[in-house]
Design a protein around this ligand. Structure first.
Ligand SMILES: [Zn+2]
Length: 218
């Protein structure tokens, strides 16, 4: 057998192998799609931000996901803004803020629900070197309506929240405020947890955010 014939025979074997493998590859693809569809397509509202269905970089919210939103109380919202949140998280969040106040902590929500359009606006507005800190639309927990960004707020001499005070504390790293320590110790009692920590950066794809907490749906 000359060299040309050997090469032709080798080519034939490779072609046969490919033809033989094609149906299996096709079957593998179908099974993979079925698993993905089971994981994302059957997602109900109750499964978002619970179990394995957390939302972060690369793990998206289904495009038809629409949260049931309600307005947070004026006490819970930053200044006079009217923040919106998933109805299931409202009662627990407002109770947590009031209970914290009884212990001398003043917490307010400065970020809550964001629509995909607003998230896109934010993402597009940051320079490329800052994009690692910002989620794309459908990859932000804020779009679920279950995540909030906290900050501390000043109290007046009667121990009541004072919106008249210049809010210099907003410039501080939230992790340095006593309010953050309070959340670390107590948020879980109200069903909240810090989403992005130093320990899960590699999983979530986001750097630690001490101010960002999510409500875990039971
Ligand atoms: Zn946030």
């Amino acid at each position: 057998m000359n060299k040309l014939n050997v090469n032709l025979e080798k080519k034939g074997i490779v072609t046969n192998c490919l033809l033989f493998a094609l149906p299996f590859l096709f079957l593998f693809g179908v099974v993979l799609l079925m698993i993905m569809d089971y994981k994302l397509g059957d997602t109900t509202k109750n499964e978002i931000v619970s179990g394995d269905l957390h939302v972060y970089r690369g793990q998206t919210i289904p495009v038809d996901y629409i949260p049931s939103l309600v307005e947070l109380s004026e006490r819970a919202s930053w200044l006079k803004t009217k923040k919106e949140i998933d109805i299931r998280a409202k009662e627990s969040l407002e109770k947590m803020i009031l209970d914290a106040e009884k212990e001398g902590m003043c917490l307010v929500v400065m970020g809550a629900y964001r629509s995909p359009e607003y998230q896109k606006e934010i993402y597009d507005s940051v320079s490329s070197d800052k994009k690692m800190y910002v989620a794309k639309p459908y990859e932000s927990e804020h779009q679920t309506g279950l995540a909030v960004d906290f900050t501390g707020c000043p109290l007046n001499s009667n121990g009541v929240r004072d919106d008249g005070v210049k809010r210099d504390e907003l410039k501080n790293d939230f992790s340095e405020l006593p309010e953050y320590c309070w959340l670390v110790k107590n948020a879980y009692k109200y069903g909240f947890e810090q989403s992005f920590t130093y320990y899960n950066e590699e999983i979530t794809g986001f750097p630690a955010e001490p101010w960002h907490f999510k409500f875990l749906v039971k």
